[in-house]
Design a protein around this ligand. Structure first.
Ligand code: IMP
Length: 350
């Protein structure tokens, strides 16, 4: 983030897991703020800093850079219990994030236990036709946001309102879980205290992050926007329906972080030197043979969130070219080139 570049967006150009965390970690050393703008704890960024591995799902990768402020924007879906656990883990490593270092948008939607139950029960019911979601409740949480029955971080901080809305929502969700998905009903009392407890812990961090980011950029500070997943998993532009439930491209920064598009100076796209994908859906260059296995073991291609083996294949230039066009990437960081060492010939889909 050198010179007069004030805001950089880092996004994945394939199906996620391109190594964004590594690049964000490098760039965030020069950044004042690192912000997430979409997705939730379906993401998993594995960072190895000074030989020590940290896997972050919700907290932006800048958390490991002292002095960098981390922002979770309004377009993110937040599992409050997971977020508190992640903050506790970081604190245990001497990297505590106080309210001066971690801000959470008051507009961010809350992932609730019924979202996870619905996500998992639906996948089970789909059987072979499943999407292969991470089971973290991402889709159902975004559905509720669009249906205008979602609960937001600001609601989690208002105990009376939260208790009432949760009870009302749960009635409907339980009827659906039981009648449609053959799932047992969820107990209100069992979930409300844990959620409110997490809400109390997070309340000092809940802020108007859109205003904060605007003020930071106006004051000339450097802001890094950290994308999750990749463009081929974008709900509008990806391999629908085998996609995630948010917009994963650079365009999503404006709505997901709450800043005007013209405030973005640069887009960096991240791509692996080959291709991987977790979950179901089309994958033209997939290798079901020994070469696929070689890429998987050589690249350590196992999901950071679910531990699932990633599907592996050759580099797909059609996919990356399209993603560069859609995101307006100014530059591309190619990762894991070393995994191809000794492979001859290397195939590229054009
Ligand atoms: P969901 O986001 O959990 O609903 O999952 C939808 C699809 O996106 C599934 O194919 C997941 O494997 C995939 N997905 C979600 N997050 C990630 C990620 O961070 N990396 C790679 N694939 C992901």
């Amino acid at each position: 983030m050198a010179g007069d570049v004030k805001s950089v967006v880092v996004i994945g150009l394939q199906w996620g897991d391109e190594g964004k965390g590594k690049i964000v970690d490098l760039l965030s050393r020069d950044a004042d703020v690192v912000a997430r703008f979409q997705g939730g704890n379906n993401a998993g960024h594995t960072l190895v800093v000074e030989g020590r591995q940290t896997i972050l799902h919700l907290v932006p990768s800048g958390a490991l850079c002292p002095g960098t402020v981390c922002v979770i924007g309004g377009g993110v879906v937040v599992d409050p219990v997971v977020l508190v656990a992640e903050m506790d883990e970081l604190a245990g490593r001497g990297q505590a994030l106080g309210p001066d270092r971690l801000l959470i948008s008051r507009e961010a939607q809350v992932i609730l236990p019924y979202h996870k139950a619905i996500d998992q029960a639906r996948e089970l019911r789909r059987g072979k036709g499943k999407i292969g979601t991470t089971g973290r409740g991402i889709g159902p949480a975004y559905e509720d946001k669009a249906a205008r029955i979602g609960l937001r971080m600001i609601d989690l901080c208002d105990e009376e309102f939260f208790r009432h809305s949760l009870r009302t929502n749960l009635e409907e969700k339980n009827a659906y879980l039981e009648a449609m998905l053959g799932h047992g009903v969820l107990d209100y009392d069992a979930m409300v205290d844990e959620l409110l407890g997490a809400g109390r812990r997070l309340a000092p961090h809940v802020a108007d992050t859109s205003r904060f980011l605007h003020e930071q950029l106006s004051a000339g500070r450097r802001v890094l926007f950290e994308g999750a997943q990749g463009l081929m998993l974008d709900v509008d532009l990806g391999t629908y329906p085998y996609v995630t439930s948010s917009n994963t491209g650079a365009g999503a920064v404006a709505s997901g972080a709450g800043i005007a598009p013209r405030l973005l100076s640069k887009v960096v796209g991240i791509s692996k030197a080959y291709t991987t994908r977790v979950g179901a859906g089309p994958f033209p260059t997939e290798l079901d043979d020994e070469m696929g296995e070689r890429l998987r073991s050589g690249g350590g291609e196992f999901g950071a969130t679910t531990g699932r083996p990633r599907r592996c294949g050759w580099f797909d230039a059609m996919v990356v070219r399209r993603s560069v066009r859609l995101s307006g990437a100014d530059s591309v960081a190619l990762t894991k080139l070393d995994v191809l060492t000794g492979i001859d010939p290397i195939h590229i889909c054009t």
